[in-house]
Design a protein around this ligand. Structure first.
Ligand SMILES: [Zn+2]
Length: 483
């Protein structure tokens, strides 16, 4: 660690770009010097956070009887071509493999932009009978999309990491229930583990995943008042099962098409969200459950009683490790202030400081990263206090995020209000006619604000007229500028 640059970071609400670029570098999260547009190097500090995020979601999916699998990164063109909407939606974003060794390939391959067309030809082999259903598989992988818009590290790149879960069911009802289950997994993760407030929206028909009947998406509001989609789940219906001939023999002996769903959890984007939504001018602030290091112990050493302090630190370290925490004892030669700075920069949620005076009094000093408060705790009550902090840090982060979302959510009743939203940023809630043409006008007027969809589970009263075109309103939609 090199901790000489100890001036605080810029204010993220005032200058998000500057703050974001600086935190990526200073906390050694990614390196942008690889030199290929849209591709970044994930350094250990970010890769370790992603590993925690992956572990959490993989365990959740396993509990819900999904199974892991690994498909190749290359997809043959003839697979990719099979579903008409899908190829239309992705063709402009595909990376091609056309040459190998000294000659051109007879059949070009593409790097997966997503894996429907890699997996479903095999689903057609594997699924024979209703007894093979549901088939619930997922893979943790990277996908490749030739983004032509400006790229931004972790937010929008040409390579990103995610989990994609692909399910095949007997009935449409089962498929709809699967999508509900996906929504619950993601809502619970955001609410109870990551501490990130979100909007769960059903995307309008023109913004669905290519080949889906319905698309539900999780949008998060960033400090610059733009939104980032971090997960989606889709009802695919029979669109792919017809294209790939995925059929099963039902109990009644009839051959039927399976009903499919897919669920994407954007792990790179969740990393960007944790950095951006929770971070502050001292660096990252991580929720306890996904922090690679949950507790760091820093000895406060003086010459005459250094050994007693180190011994106490080792005892506490063993105790916390046995308890199952990811704990580090920082016994490097740096002075305590420099250690504090570095551990705060990478967002370690709880710090334990132990000095000779603490030992005399039978206490340890705890520091919580979210509020930067210090407190003395009786040594015997340490684990109990850490458990309390684990919950309270999550609560504080979530409430901060909720306030931010609330402050930046505005009712839109007119074109003027829409233009005001375009100037300020944030999310607009607006009665809407439901027409794609009108959404196009909104986008043109505001320089990129989009109709993100209707909020799942929201009930509407009297809708009145569309705030943009004056036609009869059919729904209430949310409008924001996406990354
Ligand atoms: Zn309208």
């Amino acid at each position: 660690m090199s901790g000489n640059n100890e001036t605080p970071l810029p204010n993220k609400y005032e200058n998000f770009n500057k703050w974001y670029n600086e935190i990526l570098q200073r906390a050694e999260l990614v390196d942008l010097r690889y030199g290929v547009k849209g591709f970044v190097v994930y350094r250990p500090n970010s890769a370790m956070i992603m590993r925690q995020v992956y572990r959490f979601f993989e365990e959740e999916l396993d509990k819900l009887k999904h199974a892991p699998c690994i498909f190749p990164v290359v997809i043959p063109l003839e697979f990719f071509k099979k579903e008409a909407q899908h190829i239309k939606g992705f063709l402009d974003e595909v990376f091609w493999v056309t040459r190998a060794g000294q000659h051109d390939l007879n059949k070009p391959l593409l790097l997966r932009p997503t894996s429907e067309t890699a997996m479903y030809p095999l689903y057609a082999f594997w699924i024979r009978s209703y007894k093979d259903l549901p088939l619930k598989l997922y893979q943790s992988n990277s996908v490749y999309r030739y983004e032509t818009k400006a790229t931004k590290p972790l937010l929008r790149g040409r390579e990103f990491f995610w989990i994609e879960a692909h399910c095949a069911h007997r009935t449409r009802e089962d498929a709809e229930l699967q999508v509900l289950e996906d929504m619950k997994v993601m809502s619970r993760a955001l609410h109870e583990v990551l501490g990130v407030p979100f909007m769960l929206l059903e995307r309008p028909p023109w913004d669905r995943f290519a080949g889906a009947d319905k698309t539900y998406a999780f949008d998060v509001l960033f400090p610059d008042r733009s939104v980032l989609q971090i997960a989606t789940t889709h009802v695919l219906g029979e669109n792919f099962s017809r294209a790939f001939e995925i059929m099963y023999k039902d109990e009644d002996g009839e051959l039927k098409y399976v009903q499919q769903t897919c669920f994407g959890i954007g792990v790179s984007r969740i990393l960007a969200t944790l950095i951006s939504v929770h971070g502050d001018e001292y660096g990252l602030v991580l929720p306890f459950d996904v922090a690679p290091t949950q507790v760091v112990i820093v000895p406060i050493l003086f010459k005459e009683n250094g050994e007693a302090v180190m011994e106490k630190c080792r005892v506490i370290f063993e105790r916390l490790r046995e308890r199952g925490y990811r704990v580090v004892l920082d016994d490097s030669d740096e002075r305590p202030g420099a250690k504090f700075y570095q551990w705060e920069l990478i967002g370690v949620p709880v710090r334990v400081e132990i000095g000779p005076r603490d030992i005399e009094k039978g206490v340890v000093t705890l520091f919580r990263r979210d509020t930067r408060e210090r407190m003395a705790v009786a040594e015997g009550e340490l684990e109990g206090k850490i458990e309390e902090l684990r919950k309270d840090i999550l609560r504080v982060l979530r409430e901060r995020g909720e306030r931010w979302l609330e402050e930046n959510l505005k009712e839109i009743g007119s074109k003027e209000a829409l233009m005001e939203l375009a100037r300020r940023g944030g999310i607009g809630k607006m009665p809407f006619c439901g027409r794609e043409e009108c959404a196009g006008e909104i986008k043109a007027m505001t320089g990129g604000f989009e109709v993100r969809g209707v909020r799942v589970g929201e009930k509407w009263g009297n809708l009145g007229i569309c705030a943009v075109c004056g036609n009869e309103a059919k729904q209430v939609v949310y409008i924001a500028k996406p990354y």
